[in-house]
Design a binder for this molecule. Structure first.
Ligand code: HEC
Length: 191
């Protein structure tokens, strides 16, 4: 005969805490979905886009076939093990990207983690054919970032309370005497 045991005090507390977490998670998720569905602005705005030349289109195929996506993210595909390359065409020049693919360490000016000489895991990249690397450079240069994206030199448009708060907390008071606030520049001037 199974003996029905009542829970010990400690077990009750543990299950209680666990239950409270589950309930909080469910309520949080329901609230998030409610706000997302009723908001007229998209909650997670995409601030990266792409424009491809014919070579860029070839490059995007080579990029996937050459397993770059096992470490990188591009066009919202792939992993974040290496760097997210969305927006790199705004952050870097075409010349920089091409130069990095052929000579990663010289271009970085320092030792790299994965690109570079064997046995580094991405050492194969700089040994790919010249044509393939040029196509990939074209592809990457076509990955653009809008103002406010992580890869963009310009912070989001408008007066952000968040940025003001961070500046107040992190920057010394007299920072604006020494530096110009990039938000007061025109976007073209900051590129
Ligand atoms: C094993 C993981 C790995 C693989 C595979 C890989 N990368 Fe990378 N990549 C990295 C890491 C890590 C960095 C940062 C530099 C470093 O330390 O090597 C980087 C940096 C880069 C950068 C410079 C980004 C910047 O703005 O600083 C480019 C461009 C790039 N990779 C392109 C490629 C391409 C194209 C391929 C495929 C042909 C590829 N990578 C495959 C890990 C990888």
């Amino acid at each position: 005969m199974a003996n029905k045991q009542s829970l010990k005090q400690g077990e009750k507390v543990l299950f209680g805490i666990f239950g409270a977490f589950v309930i909080a998670a469910v309520i949080g998720y329901a609230l998030l979905e409610y706000v997302r569905m009723n908001s007229d602005k998209p909650m997670f705005q995409s601030k990266t886009s792409y424009v491809f030349t014919e070579a860029g289109l070839r490059g995007s195929k080579t990029f996937r076939e050459a397993r770059c996506t096992s470490c990188h993210r591009a066009m919202r595909n792939g992993t974040n093990m290496g760097l997210n390359l969305d927006g790199i065409g705004t952050k870097r020049s075409y010349e920089w990207i091409e130069s990095f693919l052929f000579n990663p360490e010289e271009t970085y000016g320092t030792v790299t983690l994965d690109h570079g000489m064997p046995p580094k895991e991405a050492a194969y990249v700089s040994r790919m054919s010249k044509d393939d690397l040029i196509d990939i450079a074209e592809f990457l240069f076509g990955l653009k970032a809008e103002q406010g994206a992580a890869a963009s030199p310009m912070p989001p448009e408008g007066n952000s309370q968040f940025i003001n708060g961070m500046l107040k907390m992190m920057a010394p008071d007299e920072w604006d005497e020494k530096y110009q606030d990039i938000r007061e520049k025109s976007p073209e001037a900051a590129q």
